[in-house]
Structure formats: C-alpha cells, structure tokens
Design a binder for this molecule. Structure first.
Ligand code: GLY
Length: 410
C-alpha cells in the first residue's frame, strides 16, 4: 500500500525532537507523518546523552534552566513509558555527575558555578579533591575539588532514537524516508512539503524539526525562518574493561584550561568523551586536533583512560539558536510550527518538547511554562521591498537570499 500523503500533522525531520513530536501527536489521535531520509539519525547519533540541567547551568540562561528542570523531572516517567511502548531499553542511568577542577583557575570557575547553582536553588555539594577521588578512584591525584550533583543523570541517545522510531511506528505514524526540499505555502498558510523524489505531502499543520538544517528549508518565508546555526561537536567513544568495580561510576566533567570535557560511562561498557564546540558551518570532519584536545583533557582527568580501546570518533552538529534556547510552537505563518534550536540540550529537552508540541498541535497554543520559547521572540521583519516580496513568494531561504545579495555586490 502506498504511504499516506495527506495527514493532520507533517513533521519535517526525524531526529529525536521530530520523533517525540510525532509520537505525542499520534497518541493524541492526530494522523501524523514524518519526512526524513534516515529517521532516528542526526545529532542524537553523536550526543553523549547527559541530562545535566544543573552541571550545564550558564549565566544568563535562567529561563532555559526552568525548562531544563521541567524536562529532567519528566525523564523517569517518560523513559518508562517510551521503553514500554517500544519494548526496548533506553540506557537511562540514574547515576549523578561529578564536576571537578584540576587547577586554581578551574577551581575558581567551579566555585562560581556552585554560587550560581545555590542562587538558583539547585542541589549540589562542594567536595575536596580527596572526597572526589574517594567517590571516583580513577580520578587524577591532582584534582583540586569538585561539585557533586546527584540529580544529573544520563540516557543513551542512540537507544532513545531507536525507541522513538519504534514507538512512532506502533502509534501509527507514517514515515516517508525522503528529504523534504521545500515547504508548500499557499494562501499565506503552510500546507505541506515536497520531497526530493517529487512526492507532495499535504497536512493541516507542519512542524519544522530539522535540527541544524531547520534554517535551510526552501519555501519558508524569511520572516519565520528559524535563526538556527550548526555548532560542531566532536565526540569519542572508548570501551571500559568489564569487572565488578566500575571504571567510572558516574558522569565526570571538567573545564580544563577553558575547554569543557565530559566522560559519560554507560552500563554497556561504552565511555563517551565529549565534546568540542566549533563554529565551522556544515563541516563534520573529525580532526586530529579535536581528538587530541579531547584525549589530552580527558587523560589529565582520568589518566588510566589512555589504556582503553578507542572505538569511535564522530562529529555532529548542534542546532544553536541566538539565546541557546529552543524555538517551540506556532510561528507567524499559520499552519507552521517549529521544534528546533535545542543546541546543547536536545536529549534533555525531549520529554518537555514532545508534550509542549502535542499541546500546541491540539490547542493552537503553548503551555504557560513553554511560552518564553515561542519562535515569535525572534520575529524577522515582514518583507517590505519588491525584491523581499519576490523572494518571499518564491520561497527562497534566508541563506539563498544572502548568497544572491553577495553575488550581486562582488
Ligand atoms: N550537552 C553537551 C554538549 O552539547 O556538548
């Protein structure tokens, strides 16, 4: 039977954010379609899966903290429900996190983070270097102190993505394993999308959830095009030795000479070491420099790590937004929603995103707690000039328009 081409909801992008949106929409009785050449792929295949609302707190991100905490709180029930729906384990580990400092500068930075956490009413405990090593004996003798955060856990994003694909299939979601190349807009409303094999999909509502690619879909009028950009992260995978004493019992992280490094030990024996943060456009090359700096910093933290087999090196693209927070819900173009821009927190924000998007798709509005993340906070000016209107009508992307302008000025 040919796959359905008309639905209530069309989700463009089948990464974890698109999939959770589709799953939750289908659970609410909406006929839902996902367009993606490789559902379950994307940044989740690279991500470490830290659920680190407290240890990844940054100055100026208090609004995002509330959303991160709301999602962290949902994780146990979400993971149990998804695991049951898909019949698959997700590698959800309630293991806590230890953030440590190696030198005086690192320690000052960690003290600052501790103060911010305390001011934000978060649970974290300052430990001496000796206490850190008692908790994690593989830590380097030079560790000067650390923050114990028992509420920051982890999940395996690859398992999460696979389970979401299965849960969607079981909930009746239709998959078109093609890339959406153009949004269809007629009569000032989003009506569907055209796929790269020419198939036209139509839908009552369209959700653009294409991660870092969300700002590149042709046909999206400039004033609602999401301002997301790719932020490259290189990540390594190593294998820990089997045995009764774990190599590491919890996530260990640090800022080493200004660069953030984290080590995420999975129950399966995988040890994920991440991540670089590079503004290099669409480049996903794994570089000698990236691997070197991760291994150098990780080795300073946990010297025994250099004995472990290195099993994988990979780079992915985080969908960065101007305020590091996601864009969720209806846009100024009727029929078009966004679920993108999750930047460093896509895995953590998966549960709250699914719930918020299902709410938006069924009621037309966002839950109160998610309103600060409405895409309309980045409203682009409406097209005014004749050429803007021409681009708007022809559906050129912002990037295509910029390239055209550059060509015309050189
Ligand atoms: N949240 C971890 C990262 O983006 O590297």
């Amino acid at each position: 039977m040919p796959a359905r081409t008309t639905s209530d909801v069309l989700v463009i992008g089948g990464g974890i954010i698109g999939l959770v949106t589709a799953w939750r929409a289908a659970q609410r009785g909406l006929a839902t379609t996902v367009a993606d050449p490789s559902p379950g792929g994307g940044a989740a295949q690279v991500a470490a899966g830290m659920l680190a609302a407290v240890t990844e707190l940054h100055h100026g991100e208090q609004a995002l903290l509330a959303l991160n905490l709301a999602s962290a709180q949902r994780y146990p029930d979400f993971a149990a429900e998804l695991s049951e729906a898909a019949g698959q384990a997700l590698g959800h580990r309630v293991c806590g996190t230890l953030a440590v400092a190696l030198d005086a500068d690192d320690r000052a930075e960690l003290r600052e983070l501790h103060l911010l956490q305390q001011r934000s009413g978060l649970d974290s405990q300052w430990l001496s270097g000796r206490e850190c090593r008692r908790l994690e004996p593989m830590l380097a003798p030079g560790v000067r102190g650390g923050l114990r955060v028992d509420g920051d856990h982890q999940i395996d994003p690859r398992r999460l993505a696979a389970a979401l694909v299965t849960a969607c299939e079981r909930a009746g979601v239709t998959f078109h394993r093609q890339r959406a190349v153009r949004l269809t807009v007629t009569g000032e409303r989003a009506r569907g999308a055209v796929l790269d094999d020419g198939t036209a999909l139509s839908a009552g509502q369209v959700v653009l959830a294409a991660g870092s690619l969300s700002g590149r879909l042709a046909g999206v009028p400039a004033h609602v095009l999401p301002p997301v950009r790719p932020v490259k992260g290189q990540v390594l995978r190593l294998r820990m030795p089997p045995g009764r004493t774990p190599f590491l019992g919890r996530t260990v992280r640090a800022v080493v000479r200004g660069s953030s490094v984290y080590l995420v030990p999975r129950e399966s024996g995988e040890l994920v070491v991440g991540a670089t943060s590079e503004e290099l456009g669409w480049d996903t090359t794994v570089t000698a420099g990236g691997v070197y700096s991760l291994l150098r910093d990780a080795h300073e933290l946990v010297p025994g790590l250099s004995e472990l087999p290195l099993t994988e090196t990979r780079a992915g693209l985080r969908p960065g937004s101007p305020d590091n927070a996601p864009l969720l819900g209806p846009t100024a173009l009727p029929g078009l929603h966004l679920a993108t821009g999750h930047y460093r927190n896509g895995v953590l924000l998966t549960p709250v995103t699914g719930d918020a998007m299902a709410h938006a798709l069924t009621t037309g509005d966002l839950p109160d707690a998610v309103r600060p993340f409405a895409p309309t906070r980045f409203v682009q000016p409406e097209p005014h000039t004749a050429r803007d209107r021409q681009n708007h009508d022809s559906g050129h992307t912002q990037q295509e328009q910029q390239e055209q302008q550059e060509e015309q000025t050189v």
